[in-house]
Design a protein around this ligand. Structure first.
Ligand code: ZN
Length: 241
């Protein structure tokens, strides 16, 4: 009970998605706990909570590991509860710049994390960050997408480690694999979302690059950026594309 009280105080909300999956809503970002028959996996560690591992251990008695979809701060809030964690190696510079410790267990395209009768396959989606990854739960027919795919969210595509062209290529590759999952579980905004979002984001990004969408200037984290409202989501981009 103590843990749940604490979670409530942090404004995080724990929602059971199915008997082997929870989503934790943490002030605008969402992270997940998945269990198999032998292990449990946290997918990201929250933004405001500092006790994602403790939350996970209140929900399962299985040993809990951590995987980060990428290294942005809103996904790594409780990383220091773990000595090791899965992450794409291309995220390491951004992760270390935020002063965080721990040993990265590198994961790449096609790697499988087996929780015991529940296999999760890594899909690389560079663009939002160089080492952004999604997880495919093939048996559950779900893609856990991290930040690159969102509906009614604001996708951050400005700053030195973002790459719109790589992002478009990632969506193109993912579009070809759409038959492998029925829904997408993103880290922000609507949950769950439909697979046609991939195509919509792809087309929207291309239209932005082609100058067909009018953006609005904004200031974010001290940067002057351009916000492109596509109706189903907003893309926040550098002023120079
Ligand atoms: Zn995020």
């Amino acid at each position: 009970m103590r843990i749940h009280d604490e979670v409530k105080r942090m404004d995080a909300q724990i929602i059971q998605v199915n008997p082997i999956t929870w989503r934790i809503e943490d002030g605008g970002v969402r992270f997940f706990l998945l269990t198999g028959t032998e292990k449990a996996l946290l997918i990201d560690s929250g933004m405001t909570v500092q006790n994602a591992k403790e939350i996970a251990e209140s929900l399962t008695s299985l040993p809990v590991s951590l995987l980060n979809t990428h290294a942005d701060r809103d996904h790594t809030g409780s990383n220091e509860e773990f000595e090791t964690f899965y992450m794409h190696p291309a995220e390491e510079p951004v992760y270390r710049r935020s002063g965080k410790a721990g040993t990265i267990l590198p994961v790449r395209e096609g790697d499988i994390i087996d929780l015991g009768e529940r296999e999760l396959k890594i899909i690389e989606l560079p663009g939002h960050t160089p080492g952004s990854i999604a997880l495919l739960d093939a048996a559950g027919r779900v893609l856990i997408s991290g930040d690159p795919i969102q509906r009614h969210g604001r996708i951050f595509m400005f700053g030195p480690h973002r790459d719109m062209r790589a992002y478009i290529r990632s969506l193109e590759q993912l579009e070809k694999r759409k038959a492998e999952f029925d829904e997408i579980w993103p880290s922000h905004a609507d949950f769950p979302i439909s697979t046609d979002t991939i195509r919509m984001l792809h087309d929207g990004a291309q239209e932005i690059l082609a100058g067909k969408v009018t953006g609005k200037p904004e200031e974010m984290h001290g940067s002057r950026i351009t916000a492109y409202d596509l109706g189903f989501c907003v893309k926040l981009c550098d002023q120079e594309l």
